[in-house]
Design a protein around this ligand. Structure first.
Ligand SMILES: [Zn+2]
Length: 247
């Protein structure tokens, strides 16, 4: 069976532009920390609640792909106060390429700092894959502004670091720095103050061969209870939009 590279978060090209885009889009993304030391997770990259997010595929995709993709992201859509529109051409907030050998994405508003002809999400998966839906949900989670759960600052995963470096080097040719960034080093900040969640769709599957031999996480295939709480708290419904506001 082919091995797909684990998802890696695409960093912004320019951290200052990333921060500016984040706070212009949604003032609640602002951080009190010194800008010069801001790291991943030290400020939020959430879209403005209530806004419309346009999604465009950079290549032609089949109608069955579009249908499967739309069906998958519905699991997020029903919990966030955002409108999603897939557009065939023109400007779009999230640009997806399927011409890829891995699955990865920018985080939330970082997409605003990339040019319109540049992809903000890469999908290697196709609807015939068993994990298509969970992969799309995971990458859409990044596009909504969510980070990797295994790097939650409260995650205390009993890694066997030697084996982790060897594993990612052997299978995916990741060097130690990449492994440190994508797998081993928890974020200093948090996007939202939800507790660490092994069941999150944003968590890597982790084989017990890479830990103390006991600790493991399987492939999470659906949004967890805390994922849904996070979606609702980061994109809350505007009280003015509630149907009973005038009652
Ligand atoms: Zn990811």
């Amino acid at each position: 069976m082919k091995k797909t590279k684990p998802c890696s978060i695409i960093p912004p090209k320019d951290r200052l532009a990333s921060y500016r885009a984040a706070i212009t889009e949604n003032p609640n993304n602002a951080s009190n920390n010194d800008l010069s030391i801001l790291g991943m997770g030290d400020y939020k990259k959430l879209w403005k609640p209530g806004r419309e997010l346009k999604i465009r595929f950079l290549e032609d995709v089949s109608s069955s792909f579009l249908l499967a993709f739309s069906k998958a992201i519905t699991h997020w859509i029903k919990h966030v106060n955002l409108k999603f529109v897939i557009v065939p051409n023109g400007d779009a907030d999230i640009r997806i390429t399927t011409d890829s050998d891995d699955n990865k994405s920018l985080i939330g508003t970082d997409a605003l700092t990339f040019d319109q002809d540049e992809a903000t999400m890469y999908l290697e998966t196709t609807p015939s894959d068993e994990n298509f839906e969970s992969t799309v949900l995971h990458e859409m989670g990044h596009a909504l502004g969510y980070l990797h759960e295994h790097l939650h600052r409260d995650a205390t995963i009993p890694w066997n670091r030697e084996k982790v470096y060897a594993h990612y080097s052997e299978h995916y040719e990741w060097d130690e720095q990449q492994v440190d960034e994508q797998v081993l080093t928890p974020y200093s900040g948090a996007i939202v103050d939800t507790e660490y969640d092994k069941n999150s769709i944003m968590h890597y599957a982790i084989d017990k061969e890479l830990t103390d031999g006991v600790w493991e996480v399987g492939i999470n295939t659906v949004l967890s209870k805390l994922d849904i709480e996070m979606a609702k708290s980061t994109y809350p419904v505007d009280p003015d939009d509630l149907p009973w506001k005038d009652l």
